[in-house]
Design a binder for this molecule. Structure first.
Ligand code: R1P
Ligand code: GUN
Length: 295
């Protein structure tokens, strides 16, 4: 009933999944949220929850990474209908790039207008500290340089154009809103902005790789988000994204530090509440179908 093509899914496949979800719940989300590693508690901000395990959703991949629960949660936030991915998919899990980005197209077909993505990332910027929240203003798509782009293959114009613009990928008004809300909440000391660089993973970076990425203009490095951003922008959704700096990228051969997933999850646990408040306050100030936000 839900066939998988060699390259990914057709428009009709995505629609079948969206229709299946809409038949199970009356919630029609305008905001879609993606929880990064260790940030799954973000879904708890939703009231009147209707949740689905990924394994029960037609066409959906399964979460295989510790810290990604694998549930799609519908609910409301101060009356605003939202949907939240409690767990995302990564290239290194062995899924195709089309498969890991499929939920963005399903978001679109559900009626989502704004996507808010979170991730855990290693800090390359020497001014950043563990626990900082970095508002993403731009990205470096390293796998993309080698042709690994979720839009490669036939283009279906019902989703978007063949050659989508990416110079405006990260919505500037939403970045400003995040800054304003962060200041109001007293997060000024650990709120940053910067460029996120995606690599394939799952191995963490060598010292030489971290030094190179830093010189190339990256402030943080991770293994996700960028592909979702490209697909979300292709189909016309507004995008906001943030990185929680969960560890310092190792830039020095004398350093005793070693990147590890346990530290990533632990930092997530420590900052989860602040990330939750930032995202939830932003959501309550985003007006559906309107470019401006209000105070
Ligand atoms: O990007 P998210 O999903 O937050 O996860 C990040 O944390 C994991 C490594 O600890 C990698 O999957 C990396 O991408
Ligand atoms: N590639 C990469 N991903 C991460 N996710 C969380 N921390 C890191 C990191 O240091 N490097």
């Amino acid at each position: 009933m839900f066939p998988e093509t060699s390259k990914g899914y057709t428009y009709e496949d995505c629609k079948a999944t969206a229709d299946w979800l809409m038949a199970q719940t009356n919630i029609r989300p305008t905001v879609g949220i993606v929880c990064g590693s260790g940030l799954g508690g973000l879904a708890d901000i939703l009231k009147d929850q209707v949740a689905f395990n990924y394994k029960d959703i037609p066409n959906f991949p399964q979460s295989t990474v510790h810290g990604h629960a694998g549930r799609l949660v519908f609910g409301t936030l101060k009356g605003r209908p939202c949907v939240c991915m409690q767990g995302r998919f990564h290239l290194y899990e062995g899924y195709s790039i089309q498969k890991i980005t499929l939920p963005m197209r399903i978001f679109k077909l559900l009626g989502v207008e704004t996507v808010m993505l979170t991730n855990a990332a290693g800090g390359l910027n020497q001014d950043f500290k563990v626990g900082d929240i970095m508002i993403i203003k731009d990205h470096l798509n390293m796998p993309g340089f080698a042709g690994n782009n979720p839009l490669a293959g036939p283009n279906d114009e019902r989703f978007g154009v063949r050659f989508p613009c990416m110079s405006d990928a990260y919505d500037r008004e939403l970045q400003q809103l995040a800054m304003d809300v962060g200041q109001e909440l007293g997060y000024g000391d650990f709120l940053r902005e910067g460029v996120y660089c995606v690599l394939g993973g799952p191995s963490f970076e060598t010292v030489a790789e971290c030094r190179m990425l830093h010189r190339l203009g990256a402030d943080a490095v991770g293994m996700s988000t960028v592909y979702e951003v490209i697909v979300a922008r292709h189909c016309g959704m507004r995008v906001f994204a943030l990185s929680l700096i969960t560890n310092q990228a190792v830039m020095d051969y004398d350093s005793e530090e070693k990147a590890n997933h346990e530290e990533v999850l632990e930092t997530g646990k420590q900052r989860e509440q602040q990330v939750e408040r930032l995202v939830s306050t932003m959501v309550t100030r985003i007006e559906p179908s309107q470019l401006d936000y209000y105070f």
